[in-house]
Ligand binder design. Structure first.
Ligand code: PGA
Length: 256
């Protein structure tokens, strides 16, 4: 696209690890390796109780911090929920919204769209997750994906798009053994960018970072970033495995 975009690797810890000492160890190891990089931005999204350990008040943080979800409202009587404003106020910079595991738990596109808007308005870099459940041979998944992206962005004003990132995560690859082939990832990145351009206008999405997620590990990350033409990766399992994540980050940093 001719626009330079820094690569970004986002670790989605999901509901892991069980204990705070393990969380601290993953944070420490991730910082150690990330401090050596200049071309790769590293973000970790721990579960809420571990977020304070990933933040560094008053000091520049080498590893930026994200939340795995936000509530769609700014405030109010919503027991058990966390608002985007709260997250921003403690120093969280990113939020994942609409992850397939939350969609599976009942989140529909319209709720996801509200969350995206709320997170963006609070000033969070917002990672919208999209992806088809099945990759059928007739290509019906393309239309499904297009509708999902459009519906997940209803009501999001153009002026907020600067802080939007999109993670394309084919649901069939998440938690599985192998990711999508890098060449196919490349086609999907182009497709997603085209859908975004239809919604917001080409000029507004030129710099939008498009990530791939689903079964990425240190062995396949290089090809996905290189041949797949993505701006970054959303990593599940490998992001809580300090040695694997360190290897993965090294590989990504080295891809031109
Ligand atoms: P995985 O998860 O890397 O464990 O497949 C990816 C994700 O859910 O974002």
């Amino acid at each position: 696209m001719g626009v330079a975009r820094t690569k970004i690797v986002v670790g989605n810890w999901k509901m892991n690890p069980d204990y705070v000492d393990d969380a601290k160890r993953v944070i420490r190891e991730t910082r150690k390796i990330a401090s050596k990089f200049s071309k790769t931005k590293v973000v970790i999204c721990p579960p809420f109780p571990f977020i304070p350990f990933a933040l560094r008040s008053g000091k520049p943080n080498i590893v930026l911090v994200g939340a795995q979800d936000v509530h769609e409202e700014d405030r109010g009587a919503h027991t058990g929920s966390t608002s985007a404003l709260m997250l921003k106020s403690v120093g969280v910079d990113y939020a994942i919204v609409g992850h397939s595991e939350r969609r599976k738990a009942g989140e529909k596109d319209d709720l996801v769209a509200k969350k995206v808007k709320t997170a963006l308005e609070a000033g969070l870099q917002t990672i919208l997750c999209v992806g088809e459940d099945v990759h059928d041979d007739d290509g019906a998944y393309l239309e499904i994906l297009k509708q999902q992206i459009k519906a997940s962005l209803v009501g999001v004003p153009k002026k907020l798009v600067k802080k939007l990132l999109v993670a394309y995560e084919p649901v069939w690859a998440i938690g599985g053994k192998s990711p999508m082939e890098p060449e196919a990832v490349n086609e999907m990145v182009i497709f997603v960018r085209k859908v975004l351009a239809d919604i917001f206008g080409q000029e507004n999405v030129m710099a939008t970072q498009i990530l791939y997620g689903g079964a990425v590990n240190f062995r396949n990350a290089g090809d996905i970033v290189g041949k797949g033409g993505v701006d970054g990766l959303l990593i599940g399992r490998e992001s809580v495995n300090p040695s694997g994540f360190a290897e993965l980050l090294k590989v990504v940093e080295e891809v031109i």
